[in-house]
Design a protein around this ligand. Structure first.
Ligand SMILES: NC(=O)c1ccc[n+]([C@@H]2O[C@H](COP(=O)([O-])OP(=O)(O)OC[C@H]3O[C@@H](n4cnc5c(N)ncnc54)[C@H](OP(=O)(O)O)[C@@H]3O)[C@@H](O)[C@H]2O)c1
Length: 320
């Protein structure tokens, strides 16, 4: 099968569009024919091996998993002997390592049935970004109806889903994004938008979900109510060792000594969360917005586009 592989950490030049063996399904696994694969900054993290501390899990010298890609939607090709929820022909989606390939294999618990009202491309856009948004607001942020919620990075892969989810949970939502994306963020349901390129962040919020990651803790805390919650989910600042992690670490260490709840966010794949997302998508409460699709051989271009073009919502790789 064709796949995007990588044998050393680095730039997009370390990626190759090559032939590799099709995975063989294990007893607890599901093999899918990939129709679409999601793109998000975690692909960049896995490609570069940054922050360096992440290599303890990803592979010290080179990526343990040779095929890139993390989210997929497709059709079940084969199931292992102990799989009970899926059979060949089912349409599924999930957080599947090695998604930039014609076929991908993962344990049964990584998958859910694809909501019938979502295309394969929309479903592939949902797992990592949607789980991050849902865990950030619901589990870490403890969002409540009527709260004032600020979502920084509201036009991004995570943020545009967080805006919809926060409205679903009954919050009053202010989104932060660049001017060209403001109208679209309002159309997603945000009550107010702040253009970070021309305006200072203002207001007082019960909950802030920061997916942009570049503002000092003191600035964000000045926007909270006295007992408000700050959830730090994004950012690539902090140097090669701790990029995206150092500010969350400082926040968690400070939190016991202040009235604000300061929390880091690490949304790992979780069957319960993916199941809730599937239900919410089926009910129309959350719909991934696709800005652009790329073909499988164009993954390096898609990564460059994600990093430079300020796309609204999600980029998706089509595979068929
Ligand atoms: N903690 C976790 O479990 C987890 C999971 C997934 C992702 N992440 C991280 O979360 C971050 C966001 O992910 P994503 O997929 O949403 O990325 P994305 O699609 O690139 O979105 C980035 C968002 O940040 C906004 N932004 C950029 N610079 C800003 C600034 N100076 N002030 C305010 N907003 C700014 C962008 O607005 P415009 O495009 O309108 O400029 C856009 O809305 C990344 O750092 C990613 O690594 C963390």
């Amino acid at each position: 099968m064709k796949a995007i592989t990588q044998d050393a950490y680095g730039t997009t030049e370390t990626l190759a569009y090559t032939d590799v063996p099709t995975p063989v399904v294990g007893d607890d696994e599901v093999l899918i024919q990939v129709r679409a694969a999601g793109m998000d900054p975690s692909v960049w993290h896995l490609m570069t091996g940054l922050p360096l501390v992440g290599r303890l899990a990803l592979g010290i010298r080179k990526p343990k998993i040779r095929i890139r890609g993390w989210d997929a939607a497709g059709v079940v090709e084969a199931v292992g002997s102990r799989v009970t929820r899926f059979r060949p022909g089912d349409e599924v989606f999930g957080a599947v390592p090695g998604a930039f390939a014609e076929f991908a294999c993962a344990p049964e618990i990584k998958f859910q049935h694809k909501p019938v009202n979502l295309s394969f491309e929309q479903a592939a856009a949902l797992p990592t970004s949607g789980m991050t948004a849902l865990v950030g607001l619901r589990d870490v942020g403890h969002i409540q109806p009527g709260q004032n919620v600020l979502i920084i990075g509201a036009s991004g892969g995570v943020g545009h889903l967080a805006v919809q989810l926060a409205k679903h949970f009954g919050a009053q939502v202010t989104g932060v994004c660049s001017g060209p994306n403001a109208e679209a963020v309002l159309a997603l349901g945000a009550d107010t938008v702040i253009d970070y390129t021309s305006e200072k962040l203002t207001g007082t919020y019960d909950l802030i979900l920061d997916m942009a990651g570049n503002r000092p803790l003191a600035e964000l805390r000045s926007l909270l109510t006295p007992t408000g919650t700050l959830v730090l989910g994004g950012g690539e600042n902090g140097g090669r060792w701790m990029a995206g992690i150092d500010r969350s670490l400082r926040a968690v260490l400070l939190s016991p000594f202040v009235r604000h709840r300061l929390r880091g966010l690490l949304a790992l794949p979780d069957p319960e969360v993916l199941g809730v997302l599937a239900e919410l998508a089926t009910a129309g409460a959350v719909t991934p917005k696709l800005t652009r699709t790329f073909a499988l051989p164009e993954v390096p271009t898609a990564i460059d586009h994600l990093l430079t073009a300020h796309p609204l919502g999600k980029i998706v790789i089509t595979v068929s």
